[in-house]
Design a binder for this molecule. Sequence first.
Ligand SMILES: [Zn+2]
Length: 106
Amino acid sequence: AVRRHRREGVDGHTFLFGLSDGTVIDGSRGGNSARWLNHACAPNCETIEDQGRIFIHTLRAIEPGEELFIEYLLAIDDPANKEVRAQYACRCAASGCRQSMLADAA
Ligand SMILES: [Zn+2]
């Protein structure tokens, strides 16, 4: 998955979702609309893994037309230098924004 992402991915843009057993779901290959969920540091949805599938659950009532967000908590293999971290910067403007979509910035 990492090799494919490096070959085909756009910097800072991924449809990969890692499962607890190390399996990776690649939403760019036949994935459903959940692959378009954006990141927010104060998300209105969470992901729940069940038997190799990911389910999106809302954390509160969602108004019609409201955008859905999850917290990405991305992991990267490369050393996270300043340039790499800048690719994963968060600008969600939530109070308490972590300024990053990376898990190690949590
Ligand atoms: Zn944020």
